[in-house]
Each structure stands twice: as structure tokens, then as C-alpha cells.
Design a protein around this ligand. Structure first.
Ligand code: SF4
Ligand code: SF4
Length: 226
């Protein structure tokens, strides 16, 4: 599973994988370009939960108001992305020159200008810098410093588990024929609930995710074997 940084208006590519101790002295210059006219921002269930908690709205209401839902063509999984402001084309949470939900911003935003890839079997996570790098360089800092400062390491375990579980669910769907299965949409609706909707914002995300997906797997097997 790959999270790309995704500036839309410039040519960019991802550099080689960085090790935790590698130099990475990037400092954000606050220009806001990563919030303007960017490609769709894909949200994980944890991203949605965090935004919902920040806005004090249910995950379903946040998704209805700010997101587009679709079926990801390769995985056949239900997916969500933030839709841009129709007037400006910028992210809807970009206010003035700052992010209105900064502490709850999605993983792709917290990572920026890094991309992340997670091996769906081993959960090994790699980070790649977007080239050319935006912002400025300052100090004698490492990738590990950046990941700690951006609070990415605080959520890395959840993000890795999300990638592994989504891969397992996708395999179950694809092995059953994917969108051609007669009960595909029933399965999709049940997966959406487990991954995105059925979360009490008063409780932590991860135990609910574990329970939801543990309940989902046998149910999915029954739906897809019918
Ligand atoms: S969520 Fe915040 S950081 Fe991410 S694109 Fe929108 S305004 Fe920018
Ligand atoms: S991360 Fe880069 S593009 Fe985004 S505000 Fe900072 S310097 Fe600008």
C-alpha cells in the first residue's frame, strides 16, 4: 500500500527509500502549495476517525460532507478521498494559509513531502522523499527526527495494520470474483461499516478497528460464498 505526497501542479518523483538515520533536514516553508490544487487525498479509516473527532461529527457525516466514495479499481475495496473546494480547487480545510484541522490532518499531509509504502505481508514501512523537495533545509537532522516531529511514528503501527488488513480483505473479494460477484455490493457495504463507519468517537480507534475487522472476516466469507 502506497501513500503518495501528490502535488498536482508540478513534476515530481519519489526518491530512493530513506533509512531512519539518513540525513533529512527538510523544513516546511509554510507556502501552502501542498494544500492547493492537489490530487485527491485518499483517507484511511483512521484518517476519517481523526477528522471526525476533531470536527465533533460522525465519520459518516464527515464523509458525506467532505469526501467522495468510490470502489478502488485494483483492490475492489471501498475507498474515500477528500474532495476539493469547488470554487478554489484547494483542500476544503485550507483556510487563510493554514490547515484548519492541522492536528488531525490525514497521513498523506503529515508525511508531506514524504511518500510511504507498506509491505502488505510483513508490514515493513519505507519512506521516500518527493523530488524536487519543497521547503528549506536546516540543521543536521535525520528521517527519524522528522517522523518523530510529525507524529507519524505515533500512528505508524495503526497505518501498517490498516495496510495488512485491507490487503487481506481485498484478496478475499478478488478471489471471489470481485465486482462480478452477485453479492459484491452487499460485501462492500459491510466492509465500509467495518473500516469507516462503525466507530464510537469516545473510544480509541485501534481496538474498534480490531473488533470490526475480526467480526467482518467470517461475515464476508458467508456473503461471498452465498
Ligand atoms: S487536510 Fe490540511 S494539510 Fe491536508 S491538504 Fe487539507 S489543508 Fe492541507
Ligand atoms: S510541505 Fe512543502 S509545499 Fe507544503 S507548505 Fe511546506 S514547503 Fe510548502
Amino acid at each position: 500500500m502506497i501513500v503518495e505526497p501528490g502535488r498536482s501542479t508540478e513534476f515530481w518523483e519519489l526518491g530512493p527509500a530513506l533509512a531512519p538515520g539518513d540525513p533529512f533536514s527538510f523544513v516546511c516553508a509554510g507556502c501552502g502549495d501542498c494544500c492547493r490544487k492537489r490530487r485527491d487525498l485518499v483517507l484511511s479509516g483512521y484518517d476519517l476517525y481523526r477528522i471526525a473527532r476533531r470536527l465533533r461529527l460522525s465519520p459518516r457525516i464527515v464523509a458525506t460532507a467532505f469526501c467522495k466514495s468510490y470502489i478502488a479499481p485494483q483492490s475492489c475495496l471501498p475507498a474515500l478521498c477528500l474532495t476539493p473546494d469547488p470554487k478554489t480547487g484547494n483542500c476544503r480545510f485550507f483556510e487563510g494559509s493554514a490547515c484548519a484541522i492541522h492536528e488531525a490532518r490525514p497521513l498523506a499531509c503529515a508525511l508531506y513531502p514524504l511518500g510511504q509504502s507498506i509491505d502488505p505481508i510483513t508490514a515493513r514501512t519505507e519512506y521516500h522523499a518527493q523530488l524536487p523537495l519543497c521547503g528549506a533545509c536546516a540543521g543536521d537532522r535525520t528521517l527519524q527526527d522528522y517522523l518523530e516531529d510529525s507524529a507519524i511514528l505515533d500512528r505508524a503501527g495503526i497505518d501498517a495494520r490498516w495496510a495488512v488488513v485491507c490487503t487481506q480483505i481485498s484478496k478475499q473479494l478478488l478471489d471471489a470474483g470481485g465486482a462480478a460477484h452477485p453479492h459484491f455490493m452487499t460485501a462492500v457495504r459491510r466492509i465500509e461499516r467495518a473500516l469507516y463507519w462503525d466507530y464510537d468517537l469516545g473510544d480509541e480507534f485501534y481496538p474498534q478497528f480490531q473488533q470490526n475487522t475480526a467480526d467482518l472476516m467470517p461475515l464476508l466469507a458467508r456473503i461471498l460464498s452465498a
